[in-house]
Structure formats: C-alpha cells, structure tokens
Design a protein around this ligand. Structure first.
Ligand SMILES: C=C(O[C@H]1C=CC=C(C(=O)O)[C@@H]1O)C(=O)O
Length: 406
C-alpha cells in the first residue's frame, strides 16, 4: 500500500460512484465499533480465491454456503481503502494505484451524487405464500423423522422472503440504519457487479477472527428466542429461559468447534460461556473460543480452522455431510451467499493486519428493486414445525424492520 490519499469524498459519494461505474465495493462496520470501512476493487471484477490468510492481500472475502475447503471464495481487493467516523469524516485513506488509473476518474470525479433520499421507499411483500409455509413445515417434519431414524442429529433448514421496493433504495442509508439499530452486529454491504447484486446484512455470528495481537477467535452461536416479552418489553438476558432443545442445539455447535481443535491437536483454547446474547430483536446462546496463535506456535491456525469450520452446524448441521445432503435435497431455493461467510481480510488497523470473517446471516440480496431475505432454523428431534417457521419470521424481521421503517 503506497501513499495516503486524502479526499473530500464522503462514503456515500464513493459508494455511489463505485456502483455507477461498476467497480466491486464493500463497506462494513465491525461489532461495537463506530468506524466504517470501505474498499473498492479497481480491477472491475471479483476474483475467486482459495482462502489463505497468509497469502491474500488486503481485501474483503465473500463465500457461498457451498464452498469446499473455502477454495471458491470471492475476493474484492482493496485497491482503494477508506476509514470514516460515524459522521463521514475520513480517518484514513490508502490507494495502490497511480493517479493515471481510469477508476480514479469515476471515483474522484463522479457524476454529482444523487440527492440523498431520507425516506425509505415503500415495499410490497411478494412471498412466501401460505403454500410455502406449509411446505417448510412439512420439510421440518421430514427432518424430524430422519433424525429419529438416526440419519443426523441436527440440520438447519432455511427459507426466503421476497420484497419489492417501489423505487431503488439508497443502500448506504439502509447500511447506516443497520449500524445504528444493531451496534453489536457486523454490518456490511457488498456490491458484486457481475452478479448484479448487493448483499446487505447485520450478522451476530463471528466465524474466524485474528487480531493484531495474534489472537484467534470463533464462537458457537445457536438457540433463538425473542428479545422481548409478550408485552413488548425487553427481556433481561440473564433471565432468558432456554429449553433443553435449544441448549442441546447450541452444545452441538460447541462440540463441533472443539472437534475441529482436536483434529489439529490444539488443546490450549479458552472456552467461555454459553451465555445469552442479544442480537437485535432476538437472543441466542453463545460460547466464545480463543487461542493465542503465538503461544501455540501455529500461525496458519486461521486458515486451517476456517476450512474445518465452514459450514458450521449453526448453518448446516451435524454430522455435516448428511445434514448438507438433506439441505440440498429439500430446500427449494439456492442459498447463494446466505450462510456463507464474509468480512475484511488483512486490513491494516493500528499495528498490523486484522481479519474478521462472519457468517452471512440476517441478510438481504438486493437485485434492482427486489430484495430476498434469508433465514434458517436449527432443527433437532424436539423441533415443532410451526415454531421453527415462526423463528424464521423473527429472523427475517431483524432486517425487514430496519429496511422498511421510515
Ligand atoms: C441460521 C440462522 O441462524 C443461526 C444462528 C443462530 C441461531 C440459530 C438457530 O437458533 O437456529 C441458527 O443456527 C439464520 O439466522 O438464518
């Protein structure tokens, strides 16, 4: 990364310029941070890479759900990088290209930014229909029968909800609203020109993180209940009642992570939890795992663990192969990037590079004016089909309530 570029552009104008000129771009805000970060890939195309933190340059990774060994990961290079504070003031800016790069014209002399729309366009909900709900519940019942027969112990079944905006929504405004509504989520918007898609999300689930101190982190997240009581008052996390089904569901995710550590003979991990955490309108059970990579002398731990972990049993199931087979046979939609992973890779903050990958949950795919929301529910033998449907409705609401409220 060469010189430091100071510019008067705002995040809004830069994002708009990148999208108008067809350059891949990603903007994100880490959990419990106020700064926003934005990168633009000046090659104009998103490359497909094998995830290897030791080899990859600074950029932003996006993975589909189906991605064996993380070898088919989409990668946006950080040819241009900015960090902003909450008010849009630039804190840091770097670029790899000389002033002669054609992207510069589009980015720094963009067509005047379209006036900011302060209101969110109205939406219509196009689906799912009652028939799709019945189908989902029927599939839950099938999964329960297969689990009773011992085919697998847990599977995560997902569904979609389609909405139509009356006009093109302002993605940066939706992104900012998500940042405000969900301070402890990883909030991101990713523009993929070849797919003509923007993915917007506010996920509560960290998959793999490595900070400048060389600490590796991951979590086991599962079990869902509303964060509000029947009168709409926020519940106290410490008082949240969990059923045996939910405790078991989360324990399976934790056991899976510990199984991965065992496979690579890592015994020196710290496990904390499970504890109840609030994720917007919902609560989950979460255990945190960390490893000091220097102390165990394992610099490739992030790469190795990512390949073992994805897809975790928080989005796929256990055993993984049987659960994945059931998902691919039973779900009527393609998950695409939902329940894959995404996040910044080797971004220089403070002293050294940091990488933070999250599971792509509570997200929406935007294609023109059409939005597709995705949500899944972890099923065990004790699942009740109607309750699982209700849970996916609540998960869709995390995004829906923010992108529709004016
Ligand atoms: C699969 C999703 O959530 C996962 C993460 C937390 C709790 C979950 C659950 O209770 O089923 C899921 O495993 C989703 O949001 O689409």
């Amino acid at each position: 990364m060469s010189s430091t570029l100071q510019t008067q552009q705002t995040g809004q104008a830069l994002w708009q310029a990148a999208v108008q000129a067809g350059y891949p771009a990603a903007i994100w805000r880490l959990p419990n941070h106020s700064e926003r970060e934005l990168i633009i890939d000046a090659s104009g195309t998103v490359s497909t890479v094998a995830m290897d933190f030791e080899e990859l340059p600074m950029g932003f990774a996006v993975s589909p759900f189906i991605n064996p060994d993380a070898e088919q990961t989409l990668f946006l290079k950080a040819d241009f990088y900015w960090r902003f504070d909450e008010n849009g003031t630039i804190l840091a800016a770097e670029h790899k290209h000389t002033d002669k790069h054609p992207a510069l014209d589009a980015l720094f002399h963009p067509a005047p930014a379209t006036a900011r729309k302060e209101t969110i366009p109205a939406i219509q909900i196009l689906g799912p229909s009652g028939e799709q709900q019945a189908q989902f519940e029927k599939t839950v019942a099938q999964a329960i029968r297969q689990m009773e027969r011992g085919k697998f112990r847990k599977v995560v079944l997902s569904r979609t909800k389609t909405i139509q905006f009356d006009e093109q929504p302002d993605v940066l405004m939706l992104f900012n609203r998500l940042c405000k509504a969900y301070p402890n989520a990883f909030v991101s918007a990713v523009y993929l020109p070849e797919r003509n898609q923007i993915w917007l999300g506010a996920t509560p689930e960290r998959l793999v993180s490595m900070d400048t101190d060389g600490i590796f982190r991951t979590v086991a997240l599962a079990g869902t209940q509303s964060a509000f009581d029947s009168e709409g008052r926020p519940k106290r996390p410490a008082d949240a009642p969990w059923t045996q089904k939910e405790i078991e569901e989360q324990a399976l995710v934790g056991r899976y992570i510990i199984g991965c550590f065992k496979k690579i003979r890592i015994r020196e991990y710290i496990e904390e939890g499970p504890r109840t955490v609030v994720a917007g309108n919902l609560m989950h059970l979460r255990s945190d795992y960390s490893v000091d990579m220097q102390a165990v002398n394992f610099p490739q731990l992030g790469t190795v663990m990512l390949r073992l972990l994805h897809p975790t049993s928080a989005v796929c199931g256990m055993p993984r192969e049987a659960a994945q087979e059931f998902i691919l046979q039973s779900e009527t939609h393609d998950r695409e990037l939902y329940s894959g992973f995404l996040g910044p890779v080797n971004i220089f903050r403070n002293e050294g590079p940091e990488s933070h990958l999250f599971v792509n949950l509570r997200c929406m795919k935007l294609e023109g004016q059409e939005g597709t929301l995705y949500a899944g529910a972890g099923l065990t033998e004790d699942s009740v089909p109607a309750k699982e449907w209700r849970e996916t409705e609540l998960k869709c609401d995390t995004l829906l309530s923010v992108v529709t409220k004016s």
